[in-house]
Each structure stands twice: as structure tokens, then as C-alpha cells.
Write a protein that binds this ligand. Structure first.
Ligand code: FDA
Length: 307
């Protein structure tokens, strides 16, 4: 119930105004977001990379409604990638991109988002790194997979994301588990109807395990994005079972969530990539994080009340 309400609120401009203008929202947000500027995110990237972690940087923003805004976000990614090239992190710091931020929902949006994504991929290549296409609301999945296919013709290392809550997730994973294919597997963070998605936690977890089996047995590069201790343990077991070297897959977690576990896995020799968002458009991202975990709602409300 709370999850549904928070996900609905993530699309509500009224709630958005209240949360954004609450006096202490920003300081709470800093737990999950690197800051508002490229300089902020580069400082945090530096710290994480020095700690032996990998990073994927997300410029916050989604559901762009004007072409000019989509161009501006594309340019922001290009500038960020220039700075990553100067810093010389290579594949240790890549970027994650939401196609709706690059114009996917505009008239002729698929073409616009593809063009913009090509520019981001070209800048990433210059920085010797990669791009992963975040997966968003279920209504965008087919279009995102089509754009991925196009992009991979020129940029074969472009990463895909599959959401285990989708009923078709296992089938998508089987299609993508081929040589050179980078695939992030996550549970899925949006509201989706019963007809397209599993809604119960157990059903989603079981789907995650089935998808992980397919990806870990396949020839691609799995990126296992979860904080769930049970799933992380199963991932380790599947790596042994499939005789996967520790550099042939990676764990991924969100910035600010289970940082001790991120370090523990790294110390055990695993590769861990931290999803690191920055920018002013933090509202939708924050609401999805709150929806995932009631404890975060308590933390947020307590912070608002106590300062
Ligand atoms: P879940 O939320 O079910 O939590 C399972 C368990 O993990 C909990 O019971 C607890 O033990 C532990 N846990 C979770 N949060 C914790 C916390 N704050 N502190 C301590 N323990 C905690 N979604 C999407 O739709 N499209 C996308 O492109 C992406 N991309 C993405 C990238 C990366 C790197 C990650 C990690 C996640 C995404 N997601 C995403 C979000 C994803 O779909 C999902 O909503 C969240 O990861 C939460 O799901 P978990 O797998 O962590 O399990």
C-alpha cells in the first residue's frame, strides 16, 4: 500500500512541490545523491574509486517534455564524460542514462532519444568507458530495447537493464545473454499492472533468481543490481557453479545503501559498482527509494521533524 502511494506520489506535481520546498529535504537527499553539480559527483566518484569501487553516474532527470531540455541533458552528459576522460578512470566510472530524459516521450521520441543516446555513447567511447540504459516504466520497455539494439550496432558495449518484476524478464535475459552483452538485472522500481509484472515480493524474488541463472550461465557480462542479502548469496553460489571469474560479472548497489556490504564484497575480491546520481531533479529518484523501504520513509520524516 505504502509502496503504491509513494510511487503514485513520485508522479504528483503537488506532492513534489511540498517535498522539494520542505526546509531540510536537501540534507536528507544527500544520503542518496552525490550533490547537484558535476563537480560534486566527480569528488564522490574519486572517493569511491579510491576505495576500490566502480561507479555508474546518473544525471538525475526523467520524463523530459521539450526537445531543448533533452538536448541540454545530452550536453550535460557529454561534458561530464569529457571530465571523466580527463580524470582517466576508464571503465571504472561509466554513466547510466534514462532515455525519457533524452526525449523518448516526445513526438518522434524514439528517434530523438536514439540520436541523443548516440552522442552520449560517442563521448563515453572517447573516455574509454561505457553507457548503460536504465529501464523505466513498463510502457517504455519495448522502445528502450529497440533503441538498445540500434545503439549496439555501433556501440556493442552499451549496457541493458532488465527488471525481474516483468513477467517477460526471463525471456529478455535469454535474448541478451550473449557474448559481449552487458546486462544489469534489478527487481524493478516502478508501478506496473498485474498483467505485465509480478506484484508480490516472493514472485519477484523468484523471477530474479531465474533471470540470474540465465545470465550467469550465459556468455555475457551480468551486472547484479540488488541489496538483497539472499540474492547476493545466490549470486555468489551461481558464480562458483558456472566457474565465473570474479572479473566476469559485477554486483551493483545504489549510493548510500548498504555501503558496508559494498566494501565487504570488494574485500572478498568481487567487483562492486555504485550507482551514483547527481543533479537538481532528485524528486522522482528519492520517492522510488522511499517506496522500496519503509525504514527510509521513517528516516526521511524524522529528519524533517528533528531539524
Ligand atoms: P529490496 O528492496 O526488496 O530489498 C531486499 C533486502 O535488501 C531488504 O530486505 C534488506 O535486507 C536489504 N536492503 C534493501 N535496502 C536496504 C537499505 N536501505 N539498508 C539496508 N538493507 C537494505 N530499477 C529500475 O526499475 N530500473 C533501473 O534501471 C534500475 N537501476 C538500478 C541500478 C542499481 C545499481 C540498483 C541497485 C538498483 C536499480 N534499480 C532500478 C532499482 C531496483 O529495481 C530496486 O527497486 C532496488 O534495487 C531495490 O531492490 P533490492 O533488490 O535492493 O531489494
Amino acid at each position: 500500500m505504502l509502496r503504491q502511494a509513494l510511487l503514485a506520489a513520485s508522479r504528483s506535481s503537488g506532492v513534489r512541490r511540498v517535498v522539494e520546498t520542505a526546509p531540510y529535504s536537501r540534507s536528507v537527499v544527500r544520503r542518496f545523491v552525490a550533490g547537484e553539480t558535476a563537480a560534486d559527483v566527480l569528488t564522490t566518484t574519486d572517493r569511491l574509486v579510491s576505495d576500490g569501487l566502480l561507479v555508474t553516474i546518473d544525471h538525475l532527470g526523467e520524463d523530459t517534455v521539450e526537445a531543448v531540455q533533452a538536448k541540454a541533458i545530452t550536453a550535460e552528459y557529454e561534458r561530464l564524460l569529457e571530465r571523466l576522460a580527463e580524470a582517466g578512470y576508464g571503465p571504472r566510472a561509466e554513466v547510466s542514462v534514462k532515455l525519457t530524459a533524452l526525449g523518448q516521450l516526445l513526438d518522434d521520441g524514439e528517434r530523438t532519444a536514439l540520436e541523443n543516446a548516440r552522442r552520449v555513447c560517442a563521448a563515453a567511447r572517447q573516455a574509454n568507458t561505457t553507457v548503460t540504459l536504465d529501464m523505466e516504466d513498463h510502457t517504455t520497455v519495448d522502445s528502450t530495447l529497440r533503441i538498445l539494439k540500434e545503439l549496439r550496432q555501433d556501440f556493442p558495449d552499451t549496457g541493458a537493464v532488465i527488471q525481474a518484476y516483468l513477467r517477460r524478464a526471463e525471456e529478455y535475459c535469454a535474448d541478451l545473454a550473449h557474448e559481449g552483452s552487458r546486462v544489469r538485472l534489478c527487481k524493478g522500481a516502478y508501478n506496473a499492472p498485474d498483467s505485465v509484472a509480478f506484484t508480490g515480493k516472493d514472485a519477484v524474488d523468484r523471477s530474479y533468481v531465474r533471470c540470474m541463472r540465465v545470465l550467469m550461465a550465459g556468455r555475457g557480462y551480468p551486472m547484479l543490481a540488488t541489496h538483497d542479502p539472499r540474492l547476493i548469496e545466490i549470486a555468489g553460489a551461481l558464480a562458483v557453479l558456472n566457474e565465473r571469474a570474479s572479473d566476469s560479472f559485477e554486483y551493483q548497489m545504489l549510493y548510500g545503501i548498504r555501503p558496508n556490504e559494498q566494501r565487504r564484497l570488494t574485500e572478498l575480491g568481487g567487483q562492486v559498482r555504485v550507482y551514483l546520481p547527481y543533479g537538481q531533479e532528485w524528486y522522482g529518484y528519492l520517492m522510488r527509494r522511499l517506496a522500496e523501504r519503509p525504514a527510509n520513509v521513517g528516516f526521511f520524516l524524522r529528519s524533517l521533524a528533528s531539524r
